[in-house]
Design a protein around this ligand. Sequence first.
Ligand SMILES: CC(C)(COP(=O)(O)OP(=O)(O)OC[C@H]1O[C@@H](n2cnc3c(N)ncnc32)[C@H](O)[C@@H]1OP(=O)(O)O)[C@@H](O)C(=O)NCCC(=O)NCCS
Length: 278
Amino acid sequence: MQIRLMTHDDVPLGLRLSAQAGWNQTEADWRRFLWLAPDGCLVAEWAAEAVGTAAAFAFGTLGWIAMVLVDEAFRHRGIATRLVERALQHLHAQGVQTARLDATAFGRPVYERLGFLAEYRLLRMHGTAGAPSADPPFAALSADRLRAVCDLDAEVTGTRRGRLIQRLYAERPESATAVFDDAAAAGYAFSRPGRRAAHLGPAAAVATAAGVALLDRMLARCPAGPVLADIPVDNPAAVEWAEAHGFAVQREYTRMYRGRRIADCPQRIWASSGPEKG
Ligand SMILES: CC(C)(COP(=O)(O)OP(=O)(O)OC[C@H]1O[C@@H](n2cnc3c(N)ncnc32)[C@H](O)[C@@H]1OP(=O)(O)O)[C@@H](O)C(=O)NCCC(=O)NCCS
């Protein structure tokens, strides 16, 4: 088995594996991963056939491992374990002290064996948007206030991932909204299209009223059809919002870490940006 860097030519492989696993990523998502971490996106080859992927994103001293996917026909040969080991080596070489990830039930035993510990649970909630509505009104985030949104995101997630937030905004400025308390952001919400469903997130708010208002706005903006949101169990107000809007739990993820535990605020996360980005 060999591990090599992923390139844009491997995007069809990534899409095939994420679709095989029933995941929601689009081509734009895979290209964003390559843009964020050209040296951290990996492909595993078995007898010269590309059969697995993993991605490692370094944000300062915190790293995120994602997109760990192995073709169904090639599982239980140690491929994911080798991919994650290589991803960890890459992150350590970048000065990362804490690696985090969101584990599926399939992935959790692989990560536990590599020393990852559970932090908290996230619910993958599935709902349906009605026809887009102008009620409540959608106030799109203006570019000059993006820095304040990145500051709040860093405070809530414990991660300086302004590059990711800026890129999400640049791709779809019309799908970002925020509320402010003078110059400081009091909450923000993004959404993006997915392969199977619109994906709410990242979204965070310092108070319940702001979180509810932002997700109400964002849901009214989504195209009619299926919608997903990944919500920490530690934010019961967000779970309540989702249930009140007809969302149901589809599955669960376990947020895990290896290294120094970081302080984040899951009770202020209204929708995680997805298991691939925290
Ligand atoms: C999770 C996933 C990536 C694991 O891939 P994998 O390559 O099968 O993982 P590994 O082979 O490293 O480990 C899986 C199991 O095979 C076992 N194994 C490893 N090498 C082996 C070998 N040579 N012979 C037999 N078993 C082996 C491991 O001990 C492990 O056992 P366990 O699950 O009972 O603990 C894969 O199932 C997958 O793509 N699932 C769908 C997407 C997903 O959930 N990804 C994880 C995101 S967090």
